[in-house]
Ligand binder design. Structure first.
Ligand SMILES: Cc1cc2nc3c(=O)[nH]c(=O)nc-3n(C[C@H](O)[C@H](O)[C@H](O)COP(=O)(O)OP(=O)(O)OC[C@H]3O[C@@H](n4cnc5c(N)ncnc54)[C@H](O)[C@@H]3O)c2cc1C
Length: 392
């Protein structure tokens, strides 16, 4: 029976990556290489400064990673597992970077690709795939987060135009986006609108003092009598189904992404345990440390298997929103537990940006909350199990 003798290889103890196709492995290696060269040397400084350079977008576009799971219009047309692996390798560097890719591909490009008119697709998708234009997704409002059905942003018909009023809150890439996909209440239910940055009456303001997802721009959007032509509305969807279907796409990326953050934390903690000495011996030689590492590894492998399983289900066209809820809820919680456990192994070094662990642990707090909080996904699963809705 073959034995793994290299402790560093233990991170893929179950050889889950052997299940990837050659193409998926190529995507993995390409993204890993990009992250190693372009992101890892800088990301702690970006996190500390609270920035993510806009110039990264065209570089990601050149690699074919923006809207990579969509077809046509300059998109790479890759499968869900390749997209998942990309999210994993991005988030192994930082959740902020993965957020940029998820928001662009799943929350901004996807609704245009799925529900947009041919003109909207032609106008935006090729530039967004290239990273020349950035998008954002405006659903959450100051007073409406988990329950977007009560949104106060309103689009009112005025002749052949629409007039948009309201505010959105916590919008990733909000102030750097060239185009905002904004969900608003209309006489005929919730509709999506493409609002260009230059639209008169549209303004944005960055949210400061975040202690999580700092290498990511988060903004408020304000709409003050923004006049839009009828052609700005997404014609293909009506009702909450529109934004929720986009969120389901993006949550799938999170299921994978957080396994990357968890993997980094595990690797750093394992390496630290192998080298740090206390009481005259390596801390990795203490049974308590080994117990922590063993559970972290088992949890990480389970999370990775879950991501791969959901990826293959999605590729077969069989994935359901409840399955995505299970994956998001379970894998984010697992990743947070692994990050916190890793932090303890690093002792005081665990609280500095010299090591990536506290950065990942803090980032994962946002990931726990956005795209459906842990509680909201628990309610979705509770409803699936009991047939009873407990939302209200
Ligand atoms: C860094 C960051 C980036 C984000 N990016 C975006 C973005 O790009 N676009 C966008 O639209 N939004 C974005 N969000 C917003 C995010 O989706 C919301 O924060 C999230 O949906 C929760 O809404 P809320 O913060 O208003 O919390 P609330 O909805 O006020 O929830 C507060 C607490 O109450 C719980 N709760 C609410 N309802 C129930 C219930 N029925 N039963 C049990 N518990 C309940 C919640 O689970 C939570 O624990 C982002 C958030 C963050 C932090």
């Amino acid at each position: 029976m073959p034995r793994s003798t290299d402790p560093a290889a233990a991170v893929d103890l179950l050889r889950i990556d052997d299940e990837l196709t050659d193409e998926e492995r190529l995507v993995r290696d390409t993204v890993r290489d990009f992250a190693a060269k372009r992101i890892l040397p800088n990301v702690a400084d970006w996190f500390e400064a609270g920035i993510l350079p806009r110039e990264l977008a065209p570089e990601l576009g050149q690699l074919g990673l923006l809207g990579m799971h969509l077809t046509g219009y300059g998109c790479a047309g890759m499968g869900p597992v390749a997209y998942g692996v990309t999210c994993r390798e991005m988030e192994a560097a930082d959740s902020g970077l993965r957020s940029l890719v998820s928001v662009q591909g799943s929350l901004a490009m996807f609704p245009i690709w799925k529900y947009g008119s041919e003109e909207q697709k032609q106008e935006w998708l090729p530039r967004m795939a290239a990273g020349e234009a950035l998008g954002c997704f405006g659903l959450t409002e100051p007073d409406h987060g988990s329950d977007p059905s009560g949104m106060s942003t309103v689009a009112r018909k005025d002749g052949s135009d629409w007039v948009l009023n309201g505010a959105k809150m916590w919008i990733t890439n909000g102030s750097v986006a060239d185009i905002a996909v904004v969900w608003a209440s209309t006489e005929h239910g919730i509709r999506g609108f493409l609002v260009p940055r230059a639209a008169k009456g549209f303004s944005s303001r960055n949210i400061h003092k975040k202690l999580s997802l700092r290498a990511s721009v988060t903004s408020e959007l304000h709409f003050d009598d923004v006049r839009l032509p009828d052609s700005a509305m997404l014609p293909g969807v009506q009702g909450l189904r529109g934004p929720l279907s986009c969120l389901s796409e993006a949550r799938f990326g999170i299921v994978w992404g957080v396994t990357g953050a968890a993997r980094t934390c595990f690797e750093v903690a394992a390496e630290y345990a192998r080298t740090r000495e206390q009481f005259g011996r390596k801390i990795g030689g203490f049974q308590l440390t080994q117990g922590k590492l063993a559970w972290m590894l088992a949890d990480l492998q389970r999370a990775q298997l879950l991501a791969l399983h959901l990826g293959r289900l999605k590729a077969a066209g069989k994935i359901t929103p409840e399955q995505v809820s299970l994956g998001k809820m379970s894998n984010v919680r697992t990743a947070i537990d692994i990050a916190r456990q890793a932090r303890t192994i690093l002792g005081a070094n665990g609280v500095t940006l010299e090591y990536p662990v506290i950065r990942h642990a803090n980032n994962l707090e946002s990931v726990l909350t956005y795209e459906g909080t842990e509680e909201v996904h628990a309610l979705a699963l509770g409803q699936a199990v009991t047939g009873i809705s407990a939302y209200r």
